[in-house]
Design a protein around this ligand. Structure first.
Ligand SMILES: Nc1ncnc2c1ncn2[C@@H]1O[C@H](COP(=O)(O)OP(=O)(O)OP(=O)(O)O)[C@@H](O)[C@H]1O
Ligand SMILES: [Mg+2]
Length: 494
């Protein structure tokens, strides 16, 4: 099976493991593939649990930029129809799937209105010269919001309230290389194949010529960061074509990086008369609203959802994680409530909780289930190391994070971190320690590869950078009240 992301892969693995437990058939080899981008995320990596072998055979991996990996696992071929899983937990999991996107996205009403107004106005005025640049962290609903708006626009067209338009989408991350954006766009517009260079030429001609019978076209360029080339020609062309008088082209660019426009050359920036929109990470309250909207009458204790949303908003605000943790917690609760194998209750209670004789409370997903879910999903060796650190090591690591956050740089000089460390120790009432001892602490952290040293000059103190994701540090330290406070992990909902 080939999956687009680690989420899908994880779900498939769980299902296979279920089948494995319940089937007595002979083992057969099953391969799982997942795109590199998701696997390279250390936390997602941990989901996979089993050793990964890179696929060298180019016939298996479609491109160099998106290498695949395979996990071999002795599982069975028999498939269980997911719709046959009828427990309340399975139903909740289904509602928490990424693919179960609601028709209207909670907490994105303002952005939806803004995109809607922009597109309606652009279509109404013939399209040319219009562009919108959307940036934001992963899992903040950028793609989903644009999709919702486009669905609504199609509806308006069907109802005769808006001129009809074409809609084309390029996901740069899925292209073998940036130049294939031309071929992809040409194929989606005309249904014809052309090599990248030829497609670029044909597209240039198409958008240059006046053609009143051609409908206005909305082009969504998702994951635009992946189109960056040394000369930036692909991005230049894609932004230049809409500015031509007869192009009738409206471009919406989506990227994770907020400063992508600034990183473009002046020539490209001159084509970038785009409006900008930023999708901020979801806060705790918003995540709670999103999960409530999906679950309705919940099988979760309210405190469990609070905890899940707090943990996620503290580290990333990525709704995918909140959904993933909630699903895993529901599975854990289901497993705990499953009657022992062979018992009468097991045979009769698969679809109904009440028949298993459990109290209502014991059926609900608890805070403890959430903790277990977080642990099982994000239990990376680095988090284990961080949890095992001693007091001064933990505080020092917090100071590295805080210093880098403040500078918005990748590395900071040891002396600066030491100054912050000294002030922090004083403010927390800890005995202050010398620079030499602090250096030993840093060396200890470097030896377990939580941080890295870089020497600009052998005689001088090194600069320090993190060798693990900040999210891992936050997850590893969120049980330590002092560090949680330093890193602002228990902030109130904003
Ligand atoms: N407001 C919301 N309400 C309900 N579900 C949401 C909301 N925002 C996001 N989601 C869910 O999260 C998933 C990821 O959202 P989306 O793909 O839009 O994120 P993104 O910002 O484009 O992330 P990336 O930068 O990684 O592409 C969606 O498929 C949807 O299931
Ligand atoms: Mg997206």
């Amino acid at each position: 099976s080939i999956f687009n992301n680690a989420e899908e892969l994880h779900q498939a693995k769980l299902q296979h493991e279920d089948e494995e437990k319940s089937s007595e058939e002979e083992s057969e080899e099953t391969m799982f593939f997942c795109q590199h981008r998701f696997i390279k995320d250390s936390k997602m990596f941990q989901i996979l649990k089993r050793p990964l072998t890179p696929l060298i055979d180019s016939s298996q991996s479609s491109s160099k930029r998106v290498p695949s990996f395979t996990i071999s696992s002795p599982t069975k071929r028999r498939r269980v129809d997911p719709t046959k899983r009828t427990s309340v937990y399975a139903k909740a999991c289904a509602k928490l799937q990424l693919s179960a996107v609601p028709d209207e996205l909670p907490c994105r009403e303002k952005q939806r209105d803004e995109i809607m107004n922009f597109l309606k106005h652009s279509i109404g005025s013939g399209g040319s010269g219009s562009g919108l640049y959307i940036s934001g962290m992963p899992g903040t609903g950028k793609t989903a919001t644009v999709h919702q708006v486009v669905r609504e626009l199609h509806q308006l067209t069907e109802d005769g309230d808006l001129p009809s338009f074409d809609y084309v989408e390029i996901n740069a991350m899925k292209l073998p290389n940036p130049y294939h954006a031309y071929s992809d766009l040409w194929r989606k517009l005309t249904g014809k194949h052309a090599a990248p260079t030829r497609a670029c030429q044909l597209l240039g001609e198409r958008f240059q010529k006046a053609n009143s019978s051609r409908e206005c076209c909305i082009l969504l360029i998702d994951e635009m960061d992946f189109l960056l080339t040394q000369k930036q020609t692909v991005i230049y062309n894609l932004l230049d074509w809409p500015t031509r008088p007869h192009a009738r082209l409206i471009v919406i660019c989506i990227a994770n990086t907020m400063d992508l426009p600034e990183r473009l050359s002046l020539r490209v920036q001159s084509r970038l008369g785009l409006r900008r929109m930023v999708f901020s990470p979801y806060n705790q309250k918003e995540l709670r609203e999103i999960i409530h909207a999906r679950l309705g009458n919940s099988i979760f204790e309210p405190k469990a959802i609070e905890l899940c949303c707090r943990k996620v908003s503290n580290v990333s605000g990525d709704v995918r994680r909140a959904l993933q943790i909630s699903r895993r917690a529901a599975e854990i609760r289901e497993e705990k409530n499953r009657p022992p194998k062979g018992s009468k209750a097991r045979r009769t209670s698969r679809s109904s909780l009440s028949s298993s004789g459990q109290t209502k409370e014991s059926r609900l997903v608890t805070m403890h289930d959430i903790e277990e879910a977080v642990f099982s999903l994000f239990d990376s060796p680095s988090i284990a190391f961080i949890r095992a650190l001693r007091k001064y090591e933990r505080v020092f690591l917090c100071c590295v994070v805080l210093q880098l956050r403040q500078l918005r740089l990748e590395e900071a000089p040891f002396e600066d971190i030491f100054d912050r460390f000294t002030t922090t120790c004083q403010s927390k009432g800890f005995q202050t320690i010398t620079s030499r001892v602090a250096r030993d602490i840093a060396t200890g952290l470097e030896q377990i590869r939580l941080i890295l040293f870089r020497y600009h000059d052998v005689d001088r103190n090194p600069s320090i950078r993190l060798n693990v994701q900040e999210d891992d540090i936050c997850l590893g330290l969120d049980n330590d009240s002092i560090c949680a406070n330093l890193l602002d992990l228990n902030r109130a909902e904003d």
